[in-house]
Design a protein around this ligand. Structure first.
Ligand SMILES: Cc1cc2nc3c(=O)[nH]c(=O)nc-3n(C[C@H](O)[C@H](O)[C@H](O)COP(=O)(O)OP(=O)(O)OC[C@H]3O[C@@H](n4cnc5c(N)ncnc54)[C@H](O)[C@@H]3O)c2cc1C
Length: 289
């Protein structure tokens, strides 16, 4: 028999956990489906030296705040992961790990949604997509032209300089050499003022990677969405969710933790709780209407 749920939250990162907590407060039955483990992207897609960009006192989710000894410090990414694991335990979030949603379709006649899993399906009245503001690295097409001898990485797979081929040092040397040949000295210290245009520095139109001794490229060229498995027409021409404050034109379908849903903080750890409260409120009102 097909499983029935009132609310399914897809994604067990900070957004899915925050949503779960707020739903629990309202006594709303739900389940959180996570394809990996809680906080999967903080677990497997961050690099060793990454620190949280805001002070520890901002590390907070609904009903839970940073409790460590250094509120003015900046956490390493593993500490953020630990915070999320602790939060999931504290909130007793009903997370099903290792449960990937492979397909999402809307049933006819506002009957809710069908979620296809590897070996089962779930029927849900409401679905919240909390699968992240940064889903897939955006790699430019020219990556296909890069010789096979050059290692290509993106921020989800880069870990530390030590894990790169020895020629990483060669890359740094080549970059330094390029700056010098362009007629500029290497910067010796950070310039706090407005950056001046560099006279004599030309935009690079072509670069022979092999000749320059470059063996590694880390594409730090942004992220894009990965909603190929959502078979519901709620996306604009560029594949971005069509939503207002997370509410879509399809009754019962919501997005959480995208950029600027309400404010700059919508896609950040400290802001997602407020947006989750808004969605739960909308969901409750939708039920009464
Ligand atoms: C490099 C980097 C650094 C960042 N630094 C900061 C920072 O310092 N401060 C800050 O506030 N924010 C930061 N952010 C922004 C934001 O906090 C993170 O992107 C955060 O991970 C978003 O949490 P989330 O729960 O919305 O999404 P995610 O963490 O992306 O979680 C989404 C979850 O959904 C799961 N999932 C995806 N698809 C499916 C599916 N089909 N079925 C089941 N599960 C699925 C994923 O496995 C994942 O666990 C950073 C982001 C990046 C990329």
């Amino acid at each position: 028999m097909r499983e029935q749920q009132d609310i399914v939250v897809i994604g067990g990162g900070q957004a899915g956990l925050a949503m779960s907590r707020v739903l629990q407060r309202q006594g709303r039955e739900h389940v959180v489906l996570e394809r990996g483990r809680v906080g999967e992207r903080w677990r497997t897609e961050r690099w060793d030296s990454l620190r949280f960009q805001f002070p520890n006192w901002t590390v907070q989710l609904p009903d839970y705040t940073y409790q460590g000894p250094d509120p003015e410090g900046f956490a390493r990414y593993r500490e953020i992961l630990r915070f999320l694991e602790d939060y999931a335990g504290h909130a007793a979030a009903p997370v099903r790990e290792h449960t990937e949603v492979r397909g999402l379709t809307a049933l006819a006649g506002d009957e809710g949604f069908e979620l296809s899993l590897a070996d089962a399906s779930i029927h849900a009245r409401n679905v919240v997509l909390a699968t992240g503001p940064f889903q897939l690295p955006r790699i430019p097409d020219l990556a296909h032209q890069v010789p096979r001898s050059v290692m290509q990485l993106d921020p989800t797979r880069y870990r530390s300089p030590e894990t790169l081929p020895e020629a990483y040092a060669g890359f740094l040397a080549a970059a330094r050499d390029f700056i010098q040949r362009s007629g500029e000295d290497e910067p010796t210290e950070a310039d706090p003022g407005e950056p001046e245009p560099l006279p004599g520095v030309q935009e690079v139109e072509s670069l022979n990677l092999v000749d320059e001794g470059i063996t590694t490229i880390i594409w730090a060229t942004g992220y894009t969405y990965d909603y190929g498995w959502v078979r519901i027409p709620v996306f604009d021409a560029r594949g971005r969710p069509a939503q207002q404050h997370g509410v879509t034109a399809v009754p019962g379908l919501y997005f959480l933790a995208l950029h600027w849903m309400h404010t700059f903080k919508s896609g950040l750890l400290s802001g997602v709780g407020d947006d989750a409260e808004f969605l739960v409120d909308r969901m409750s009102r939708g039920r009464q209407e």
